[in-house]
Write a protein that binds this ligand. Structure first.
Ligand code: HDE
Length: 719
């Protein structure tokens, strides 16, 4: 029998001579890393010397074989490493967000222009050139965490500003209004939109009976539904989305004056969308399309940017502007009535290092405010003030989520909040109450420069009210419809027809058509024609008014009025062995500086070669689909090759054509276009002699996003 010292005795010492073992202190110099905030206790060693350990820091000898009694014996309960590994894995998932479950985040900075000082004393807005760290999370609303990015849906646009006065969260969407006016209806609209509970289908979409049953009965949703049926609900990229605070905020300047303000994000790349068929194909071809697009743009240095804009309106007792009730979240204020003033620049320049730690655990809350920014009595906003804190408690498992690295304020935190699940602070002292004589009454309150709630008057009778000014459900829906260009209107008609076409209940379809008939007779007639049913009379509903005739707001249309930037746009170039490969280099050098990407597409993988050039193939006809590209170029020398003759090439070009994308062919590439019936005289289709001639028309067309003339013609409308 061995002695009890045998395991650690001379034999073991010989197998692992002590001089070969670095001490823990040597492995891990205590450099400060904001993600591992304790320099004395870093989480892991330097690259090249990292060792696998248990959660307790014990080095692990083998992580691939369980501890067993003999080579064929049972697994032993004493194997702590096995049990820790499996139980930790069992608990890896936390509840996904009940809405906005699918999201993607990025870090960046916000720089104030300083011109907002006349409106708000919030330091991060009022101080010229002040830079504030931000974390932004974009999301879809209805789908589960694993659903596709390009579904027809509202997009979340939530921004956490780590200001020196505390965290301010702007938890907005890419649409400026909402479906319901009162938070009490939120569970209902979400239940109606989510998959049917018995089969849990359909995933991530509104094209089903319960959604349309709800919105056709709650007609306050008419305006938001119109946005959801428009191209806004299928953005080309997160980088090309507007963002909106939706509610009216009350801003307070240093001199105490207050204003009613709507907040906007304006993308410097312009506001652009996919078309519906393209979005549907993308869901299958690349379900991660939007997160990939954002991550790749940031990685390549094409940092997306938005300007923060304010619509500043007088703080009048009735809280209206030009007859528009500013507390009703189904209303916009047209930019023509109140221009958007740009007050700062947001730049996203860093992808998260860890999806779960950051994007999943980030916790936004409408109530995270800083001095100079106040909420209003918008009943939707008031309900949200309760909901976000509540949801984080169950989602993140307790009240200490602000201590998670992604949520941690940069301003000093000194509260009397103590203990609770997942407490990571080691609080010192004994006087955790106020006032206290034991520790000099510290921390002290700040009545001068702390957050002081505005003394706005409150009066009225308790009751479940329905204000008269909330009863016009149709004027703004009509305003949106009449502000669209004919091609955008055609897309809206197509979207309603698609969604109602997916409903089984004729009663629901007819009720929604009667809502549309109340908004606009032409809209209703076109959708009814698509569904093959008669147009019902306009909906009559007690206590509901509108529409009043509305002036169009051109700012609502997405049709570009001038060429825009092309950062992150992707051009697919179809090439073949022996063909003219020079076009790729030409495009790369001409468009690369603008942040556009040129991808080589061929029939086979590996390399394509011609006389003196070899190019790495990035996509083959098997691995690609048209939706990956904003424009398609067919190089000279492709005709009559496997690439030119492949049926998938025909599909690629036909889809690009239907989706309004620029299509160019040089030299005999024209024959490849001719095979699908294109001759270069179609809008946005160009046939040129040689590679050098491709660039001009391509740059011009890319900068307009799509051939609007072609999309209009395809939709059977003009303009
Ligand atoms: Fe939200 N919403 N919401 N919402 N919302 C959530 O909070 C809620 C509303 C928005 O990327 C939840 O942390 C209620 C409007 C975004 O983490 C939850 C009401 C707007 C995000 C919640 C609304 C939004 C959320 C789910 C009606 C645009 C994602 C998980 C009163 C201004 C934030 C979470 C992120 C998330 C409640 C309406 C935007 C349950 C009760 C209007 C961008 O708390």
């Amino acid at each position: 029998m061995r002695s009890c010292s045998a395991g650690g005795g001379p034999e073991a010492a010989r197998a692992h001579p002590p001089e070969q073992e670095a001490t823990v202190a040597e492995q891990t110099p205590p450099t400060y890393d904001p993600r591992h905030p304790s320099p004395e206790h870093p989480r892991r060693g330097e690259a090249g010397s990292r060792r696998l350990t248990t959660a307790q820091g014990l080095r692990v000898d083998d992580t691939d074989r369980s501890l067993t009694a003999g080579p064929r014996g049972p697994v032993l309960l004493e194997d702590h490493h096995l049990r820790e590994k499996i139980t930790h894995f069992d608990h890896e998932r936390i509840p996904e967000r009940v809405v906005h479950a699918r999201g993607y985040g990025a870090r960046g900075t916000f720089r104030a222009y300083g011109n907002a000082a006349s409106v708000t004393k919030a330091a991060f807005l009022a101080t010229a050139d002040e830079e504030t760290e931000v974390f932004v999370r974009f999301s879809t609303v209805l789908g589960s965490r694993g659903s596709a990015d390009t579904v027809r849906d509202v997009r979340g646009f939530a921004t956490k500003f780590f200001t020196r006065e505390g965290v301010f969260d702007l938890v907005g969407n890419n649409m400026p209004v909402f479906f319901v006016q009162d938070a009490i209806k939120f569970p209902d609209i979400i239940h109606a939109g989510k998959p049917h509970p018995h089969r849990e289908i359909p995933q991530a979409q509104t094209a089903h009976d319960t959604f349309w049953d709800f919105v056709s009965q709650h007609t306050e949703s008419a305006h938001m539904v119109m946005w959801a049926m428009s191209d806004r609900a299928i953005p080309r990229s997160y980088r090309t989305m507007e963002g909106f605070g939706v509610h009216t905020f009350r801003l307070e300047a240093a001199d105490g004056t207050t204003s009613l303000v709507k907040l906007h994000w304006k993308p410097l790349l312009g506001t652009h969308s996919q078309v519906w068929e393209e979005a549907q194909i993308t869901q299958g071809a690349d379900p991660d399309f939007h997160r990939r697009d954002l991550a790749e743009a940031i990685d390549s240095g094409a940092f997306p940017q938005w300007e923060l804009g304010l619509q500043v309106m007088p703080d009048t007792p009735d809280e209206t502007f030009e007859g528009i009730d500013l507390l009703d979240p189904t209303n916009i204020v047209p930019e023509e009535l109140c221009p958007v003033q740009r007050v700062g620049l947001l730049t996203l320049h860093q992808n998260p290092d860890n999806y779960f730690a950051e994007t999943e655990q980030v916790a936004f809350h409408v109530g995270h405010l800083v001095p100079g920014i106040h909420v209003t009595n918008d009943p939707l906003m008031q309900g949200r003030l309760f909901s976000y804190l509540d949801t984080q408690l169950s989602r993140l498992g307790g009240p200490n989520f602000a201590q998670l690295p992604v949520n941690r304020p940069r301003a000093e935190v000194d509260s009397n909040l103590r203990d609770g699940m997942h407490q990571t602070e080691v609080h010192t002292g004994v006087a955790v109450y106020k006032p206290n004589a034991v520790e000099d009454d510290e921390p002290t309150a700040s009545p001068e420069d702390g957050f002081v709630t505005l003394p706005t008057p409150v009066s009225g009778e308790k009751g479940r009210h329905h204000p008269v000014s909330f009863r016009d459900h149709f004027t703004q829906a009509r305003l949106f419809w009449v502000s669209m260009s004919p091609v955008e209107q055609a897309h809206i008609v197509e979207a309603y027809t698609f969604e109602l076409g997916k409903c089984f209940s004729q009663e629901i379809r007819t009720r929604e058509l009667s809502v549309l008939a109340r908004i606009d007779t032409d809209l209703a007639a076109r959708v009814a024609a698509g569904l093959g049913v008669p147009v019902p009379p306009p909906l009559e509903k007690e206590g509901v008014t509108g529409p009043e005739e509305a002036e169009p707001s051109p700012a609502l249309s997405q049709l570009p009025t001038e060429p825009g930037r092309v950062d992150g746009r992707v051009v697919g170039v179809l090439v073949a062995d022996g063909g003219d490969l020079s076009v790729v280099e030409r495009l790369r050098s001409a468009l690369g500086d603008d942040g556009a990407v040129v991808r080589v597409v061929a029939a086979h993988g590996g390399e394509v070669t011609s006389a003196d050039t070899a190019l790495t193939v990035e996509r083959t006809l098997l691995t690609t689909r048209s939706v990956e590209y904003d424009a398609v170029v067919v190089a000279d020398g492709t005709a009559g090759t496997p690439a030119g003759d492949d049926a998938r090439t025909a599909v690629l070009i036909q889809e690009a054509f239907r989706h309004g994308k620029p299509i160019l062919a040089s030299g005999d590439g024209a024959q490849v276009l001719a095979a699908v019936g294109l001759n270069g005289r179609e809008p946005g289709v160009h046939v040129v002699e040689q590679a050098a001639d491709v660039l001009g028309p391509l740059r011009q067309d890319l900068a307009m996003h799509r051939s609007w003339e072609r999309l209009a013609a395809l939709a059977g409308v003009t303009g």
